[in-house]
Design a protein around this ligand. Sequence first.
Ligand code: 3NM
Length: 204
Amino acid sequence: MKSGQLRKYLVMGSNQCSRDPHEVLREAIAGGITAFQYREKGNGARLGQERLMLGRSLREICKENDILFFVNDDLELAIQLGANGVHVGQADKEVTYIREHHPELLIGLSVSNETELANSEIDYVDYLGAGPIYPTATKEDAKESVGTDWIRRIKIVHPTIPVVGIGGIDPTNASNVIEAGADGVAVISAITKAVDIKAAVRQI
Ligand code: 3NM
């Protein structure tokens, strides 16, 4: 992974889009996102074949535009889609298993507190997702927000691993996340729900 590739990281599923997800992704790419995560989960998410088909077409758009493509949680789907990587939470398939069996995949791991940080196999991970930085209504089971100090803390313990902040990030606060030491910002609603998606990405 090149430095800067996680700088503006769009995370998205069809249920967070008020428009066709292909259109949302294309506009976000035109605005300057550097990475994308397919996160088709929660209320109203597509399932089975529909989830796979949408993943295929979004994956294709990322390939055409040289944008890193990650899949949230689902290792099998990541493999089926030929993803660049998989982003996992603490309860998902173990990082060591993925690294051993799929060394070609980049791995992102969410860490929300000291216990998770201490218990994670950080050496096998390509980047850490830190959050929720600010309160968010997008993730149904989001933990309590941790603020930008959490990014500073991770960078003290692991100065070399890329860190991406997530949760409640928008054009008004993204710079605070970067100033705290994050390598990038991961954003859902401030991009997917924007009237002018291209402008929202540029402002971020
Ligand atoms: N993960 P929005 S917060 C998907 O803390 C996700 O790990 C989080 O959505 C975490 O940009 C979150 O709309 C939701 O706040 C981010």
